[in-house]
Design a protein around this ligand. Structure first.
Ligand SMILES: Cc1cc2nc3c(=O)[nH]c(=O)nc-3n(C[C@H](O)[C@H](O)[C@H](O)COP(=O)(O)OP(=O)(O)OC[C@H]3O[C@@H](n4cnc5c(N)ncnc54)[C@H](O)[C@@H]3O)c2cc1C
Length: 506
């Protein structure tokens, strides 16, 4: 690989890396789409949105349309906008940090019906693959910190679920990264070695470069190598609901969840007011001292200074019921990141401890067609009504039929095979890492957003980190990678970045 001493934040937003002497590329960001035009934004779609498998499972849960009080509170200490995993965790840590302060959580639609309630259910800490990209973008030290933070985040999530006995189908086991092409395997090997040589922790990763062994371990016919390390899958809506429910029941006087309430803008009142901000919603205004934007992909719609920094992108997830030849004792026992030759990736979550239904997310190669369509129809950029996008479903079907022995030959009965797909909105930050902190030029307004397709491996530490900052702690106390911090300099620099490349030669 060609060396470079200079960090380049443009590289932070790429999906894949390659070597100079090959046309193959290695995916370095699960769930990423190809580069999108900047500056577009939108509020959560009202009506017609697709229903994820997670949301389908909880249709009679009263939390979906919960309003703690029928009237919207007129005042609160803090208003949190968004009830995904970010907003919900911030509410939990806020209520614990300040025993006297009240919190109102606003949600535009059903509780947790954004990306968290629609994702592929993977909490997979990147433990090596993104190293070269982050190193190139932010330097070696930050690259190592980012991967360490993902491990910390996964551990924190698992610990929470276990300590609180959360019913969310948690699975803990080996996730397998499997390159399907010699060139991709070569890049992967290079990146892994480079990470190890840099002092990255790899002793928990089991690697095989023998294709026969790789096929045996992964059950994927053309596997060229396998990288295996611990990760999780889970039902993300149920986890988030558990956290919200326990916050509402522990702090009934100070916590208010208001679903079906879209916040439209935040303004500052005239100087005689004792409170700092006014949140304007479709159901009236709330005066408060502090606002938290936990709005991820939708952030720039309510806070225009975030335009070009966070971009919403529709993304697909497919659900498949395995044929009988892949059930029972033959059911899939691992989650996967299947690394395709063109920089695409299938993220596979087979719900091993639950119903065995297999979710296919990730940078499916067919996603590019949807991305191109969105480029031509930017008004649909925050639209999660997409379902059964032919190109995406086709690529997944071709993959399982070609690579999973016996899958195609199984006689499919009604209720087996491809079931359906849904979409959700990913919040892409322009340099590939989230924004955490006080929004520059907006005193009293905080943000934790821009988690790309990887929030489950970031937010369990980013959200409590934000609450520490709100409490006056210095950045170092958050334990988060420094490059996650939103600063005037970062914003200024990124607003100067016009177009970033899809693939970087590093
Ligand atoms: C199809 C798909 C698959 C994915 N798969 C994975 C995966 O397997 N693993 C992984 O780690 N990550 C995955 N991701 C990404 C992950 O889901 C996100 O990074 C994470 O859920 C972000 O959480 P959040 O709470 O910040 O945002 P969200 O869950 O999007 O929550 C934001 C909330 O804010 C609300 N909101 C927005 N604007 C307003 C407003 N103005 N007023 C009121 N409410 C508002 C929205 O309705 C929404 O509920 C996937 C994403 C998608 C779309």
């Amino acid at each position: 690989m060609r060396e470079s001493d200079t960090a380049n934040t443009e590289i932070g937003n790429i999906n894949a890396i390659t070597l100079l002497d090959t046309s193959a590329v290695l995916n370095v960001e699960e769930y990423a789409s190809s580069q999108s035009s900047q500056g577009r934004t939108g509020f959560p779609k009202q009506g017609g949105q697709s229903l994820s498998y997670w949301l389908q499972q909880v249709r009679c849960d009263p939390l979906l349309d919960h309003r703690t009080t029928p009237e919207l509170p007129k005042e609160a200490d803090t208003v949190i906008i968004g009830s995904g995993i970010t907003g919900t965790l911030i509410a939990k840590h806020h209520l614990k940090t300040w025993p006297e302060k009240s919190v109102v959580i606003l949600e535009a639609r059903e509780f947790c019906s954004g990306a968290t309630g629609r994702n592929a259910g993977h909490c997979k800490p990147d433990q090596w693959r993104g190293f070269r990209k982050y190193e190139k973008a932010f330097g070696k030290e930050q690259a190592i910190k980012i991967l360490k933070n993902e491990q910390d985040t996964w551990e924190a999530l698992v610990e929470y679920v276990r300590a609180n006995d959360v019913d969310c189908d948690l699975w803990v086991g080996d996730t397998l990264d499997v390159p399907l092409d010699d060139e991709v395997a070569k890049i992967a090997r290079d990146v892994f070695k480079r990470y190890k040589d840099a002092g990255g922790k790899v002793d928990h990763i089991r690697v095989t470069h023998d294709p026969i062994e790789a096929t045996k371990i992964s059950r994927i016919k053309t596997a060229k190598a396998v990288y295996a390390w611990p990760a999780s899958t889970l039902q993300p809506w149920k986890l988030t609901a558990h956290i919200m429910r326990s916050a509402l029941s522990k702090f009934p006087k100070r916590a208010s969840l208001q679903t079906y309430t879209t916040a439209r803008s935040v303004t500052y009142p005239n100087s005689s007011s004792s409170q700092k901000c006014i949140v304007h919603t479709d159901r009236g205004d709330i005066s408060c001292n502090t606002v938290v934007h936990a709005t991820n992909g939708y952030s720039a719609a309510i806070e225009p200074s975030l335009k070009c920094l966070i971009t919403p992108t529709p993304h697909m997830c497919n659900k498949m019921i395995p044929p009988r030849t892949w059930c029972g004792s033959k059911a899939i026992q691992n989650s996967y990141g299947v690394l395709l030759p063109d920089g695409a990736l299938f993220s596979i979550n087979p719900r091993c401890t639950a119903d065995g239904v297999v979710m296919f997310g990730g940078s499916n190669p067919g996603q590019r067609e949807l991305d191109e369509w969105i480029e031509k129809h930017p008004e649909r950029c925050a639209d999660d009504s997409f379902a059964r996008v032919e190109s995406v479903t086709k690529c997944m079907m071709q993959f399982v039929e070609k690579e999973f022995e016996g899958w195609k030959n199984g006689r499919f009965g009604p209720g087996e095979g491809f079931d359906y797909s849904w979409s959700g909105i990913i919040g892409r930050s322009v340099d590939g890492v989230p924004f955490v902190g006080e929004i520059p030029g907006k005193p009293g307004q905080w943000i934790c957003a821009g988690h790309h397709g990887h929030g489950m491996a970031r937010i369990f530490t980013a959200a409590p980190g934000l609450v520490k900052l709100m409490n006056g702690a210095p950045w170092t106390e958050t334990g988060l990678p420094d490059v996650y911090q939103i600063t005037p300099e970062r914003v200024e620099r990124l607003l100067g970045v016009s177009n970033v490349s899809k693939v970087a030669i590093v």
